[in-house]
Design a protein. Structure first.
Length: 158
């Protein structure tokens, strides 16, 4: 495997990477994201942080469709999520998902994520994902992915 595609340019939909190797993903809270009280339903934060991780990889040049098109297709599966809910987000809020990839091992990727509103932390999450084949068996991360991510690894403190 030589190339997974070119890195993308930052955009509103893809977010951007800061000089500190933190990906920032803007997210708007819509009515469908909230419960009856207008507060973001807790499970929707998992969707928000997934967008952040996916778009960070996309900006690095790691595209999920390219991974699926390999001779032996691979994908990522989340194996662990730990979340601390600090403050609620509400209908119409503009949020930022801050993502740091902190460690890459043979099969796993580790990261920390923070969802903020106006610079104030709303949730903190620790994520672990594994590389698998389409039968769900663990697969070693291809060197091209490890190389793409190496430049962006950050310290654990988010």
């Amino acid at each position: 495997m030589e190339d997974l595609g070119a890195p993308l340019e930052p955009s509103d939909i893809n977010g951007f990477i800061t000089n500190e190797n933190v990906h920032v993903q803007p997210v708007r809270v819509y009515y469908e994201d909230t419960d009856a009280s207008g507060i973001v339903y807790h499970a929707n934060y998992v969707r928000y942080i997934e967008r952040g991780r996916t778009n960070f990889l996309r900006l690095m040049g790691v595209h999920h469709q390219d991974l699926m098109a390999l001779p032996e297709p691979i994908a990522f599966t989340v194996t662990r999520v730990e979340m601390d809910f600090v403050l609620p987000a509400r209908l119409d809020d503009t949020l930022e998902v801050h993502t740091r990839y902190t460690k890459v091992t043979g099969v796993r990727i580790y990261g920390s994520q923070i969802v903020k509103r106006d610079g104030i932390e709303l949730i903190r999450a620790q994520i672990e994902a594994a590389c698998i084949n389409l039968e769900g068996k663990p697969r070693r991360l291809p060197k091209v992915i490890r190389n793409a991510m190496a430049h962006y690894l950050a310290e654990e403190s988010a």
